[in-house]
Design a binder for this molecule. Sequence first.
Ligand code: ADP
Ligand code: MG
Length: 448
Amino acid sequence: MTADNWGRVCNGLQSEVGKDAYKNWIEPLKFQGLDGGVAHFVAPTGFIGNWVTRNYSDKICTLFAADGVNVDRLSFSTEQRVLRPVAATTDKPARVATGSPDLPGAPLDARFTFDNFVVGKPNELAHAASRRVAEGGPVTFNPLFLYGGVGLGKTHLMHAIAWEAKQRNPNARILYLSAEQFMYRFVQALRFKDTMSFKELFRSVDLLMVDDVQFIAGKNSTQDEFFHTFNALVDQQKQIVISADRAPGEIDGMEDRIKSRLQCGLVVDLHPTDYELRLGILQSKAEAQAVHYPEVEIVDGVMEFLAHRISTNVRVLEGALTRLFAFASLVGRKVTLEVAQECLSDILRASDRKVTIDEIIRKVADHYNIRMTDILSPRRVRSIARPRQVAMFLAKRLTSKSLPEIGRRFGGRDHTTVIHAVKRIEELRAIDNQISEDVELLRRMLEA
Ligand code: ADP
Ligand code: MG
């Protein structure tokens, strides 16, 4: 049998298992030859060899058979050029090849670099901390814990750390994966009684990044293993980066000892994007799109409109822009405000739906410590009239309801009352710090 046979088997595998799995598990293997029905390989780690044995040996044997070669089983060793005809199942515990940065982590997205990350107030601390970690050097805070709502850039920052750290130190062993993948690996290891190679793999890295760690809340044995891995790496002064959708203390179902461990380092949150950041991101993404669609022209004001109207989730913002460019290019039209509204009506509507007038009234009442019914009532004392105006202002700004509709929802008032309220709050915001802060805070809470 020749390397050609293996080459053809590889082609078959690639289409059967998919590109990612192929890249993670098959590509790192070095085919050594065949010996009495046993195909020998060198794998970068025992872990990979065991994984391939368990998950792909049937497929591999079948593909060899289709190529006219009889293979009964596979054997893996972790040392180069050592042909040891031992059964893979009795292979000694995996040795992680040192100096090999080929770790079976999740693939990194080439677009998620620091260069492509737009920095604004809501994410500047998270960005700075991520940069610091990527620079390497002595570990000053461990772990770095990044948290925030969906689509705010946590995964992007983690990939950026990996890219940058790799570039600075190509030999660094960097492992990025989601908490879900961590659990999956762990469960597989338990199932196949191979926790040794699992432990070795995770304890041999220089930089471990686990994304969306809230996923393992409530999953007790995975949490335990995570805790031990975590402690082992911290003891060795290896950097850990964790992300979650909320602060460590707020993850229900997470053991207290883990929560407190997670809080030991630097905990940074990514705030919901604000208008300026959204505009910056849109401009940067539009430049990137313009390379693919040089013919598309976007009229002034469209970006501002989108930054105002689309929710804080950057993924949604990106999706909107991509669609807009594709649409404009297909129909050969200039992107005006009307085109944008037409093309993105569903996204705009979905963003609107996020804030309802009821919610606004409730939050405003809470904030000023009055009752919702006070806001809807005819009472005109300042302590109630002012919050009512703030609520009307927010209803106009944060929803797409018409003035008469807003008036109706505020206890059947006339639309001119709403206009007056909006004007009044706009004036007050410029001269009254308290009002301006109240409005800003409420807006943030409602849009979060
Ligand atoms: P999360 O992991 O927090 O849910 P992601 O990191 O997946 O969010 O980000 C969602 C999308 O938004 C990605 O395509 C990412 O590139 C983009 N994105 C988020 N924040 C920024 C930013 N500050 N600059 C550029 N792109 C961003
Ligand atoms: Mg993410």
